[in-house]
Design a protein. Sequence first.
Length: 407
Amino acid sequence: MPQTIDLTDPQTRARISPVRNERAPLIGLSKKALAVTLVEAGVPVKQARMRASQLWHWLYVRGVSDFDAMSNISRDLRAMLAEKFTIARPEITAEQVSQDGTRKWLMRFPSRGAGKPVEVETVYIPEEGRGTLCVSSQVGCTLTCSFCHTGTQKLVRNLTSEEILAQLLVARDRLGDFPGAETQLGAIVPSEGRKVSNLVMMGMGEPLYNFEAVKEALLIASDGDGLSLSKRRITLSTSGVVPNIYRAGEEIGVMLAISLHAVNDKLRDELVPINKKYPLKELMQACRDYPGLSNARRITFEYVMLKGVNDSLADARELVRLLKGIPAKINLIPFNPWPGSNYECSDWETIERFADFINDNGYASPIRTPRGRDILAACGQLKSQSERLKKTDRLALEAMMIAGHGE
Ligand code: SAH
Ligand code: SF4
């Protein structure tokens, strides 16, 4: 049975969800910005770099969320920092654990200026040898891909670099992935190595429509003096914001995934409407031009399998033609249903036939096993608390999964 951890118990809540206030966040600032911020707060210019490095280590190597834990920083400076700044984690309003070990957290970020507090979903997927964290970049999405649940929720706002990084920090806290911490009893994690070894920008939102914050957060996540995730283990997924694809390669340098889903403009206009703005020809050219592309650094093309819509062998043939010359891997995603969706997932044999065809033509074509469907954590099922499912919808969804898409 999927499990929901009770966060209404005040003690559990206080332990994992410290209350935040309106002090300025230090998480999410680049090293340079951190040093500048310290100087503005009164730290002598000569000390700024050294203090910024110390803080960086505490925040990102040790994972502390309380200035008092920073033992090599004087009491006076700690008090000053605590008065002006915050390094507290967001509140965790729900934590769900799927039968398959997938975890979903709902995190609540305080208001920014006049805006309301927002809630964001983050998903952890443990596998043999790796643990992948699926991070959100926006609350809702401005795009309206017809098969995506997030696409039915209007954009509430972009997340800040602090909020993007906080998702990684909270996951590492909860999984005991910082030095000296213990893994939560019973948590399913890789048997060795880091619990969060990979990060994918595949949660809610279109990361390339929140470029600066995503860039800042990913550069911090991959910084060798801090969180140290290899850029080869970070993947940014885009629906095809062509002008920012090159910039992503040049300025962030992480792995790229393209949500392709259709091989002709007519169908892609319908499934991924941003295609009307940046059609396939431009998208494919942007992929060919992606900085650092090679056989060792291939682009992942995501392709959701929709019954009778995009799953024929003719589609597979066209896909192979379209990708010619691009070092690519094709990730076939069985469609994950949600209440009100107008699609069905392709039959398993159809998916396998499609995968075999692509494979025979020289492309790796793994089929992505749906994970965490029972807690609505699978691809395209995320939607924030503000628009949580009504009970009737949840029951309808469960019935749908039992009828045709269950694990
Ligand atoms: N906005 C970005 C990243 C988030 S979506 C993008 O579109 O790439 C992550 C992946 O899940 C995308 O490939 C998306 O197309 C896919 N997806 C969305 N809804 C889905 C659903 N219902 N079933 C399966 N995959 C889905
Ligand atoms: Fe937005 Fe991506 Fe969903 Fe499209 S698939 S609506 S871009 S989150």
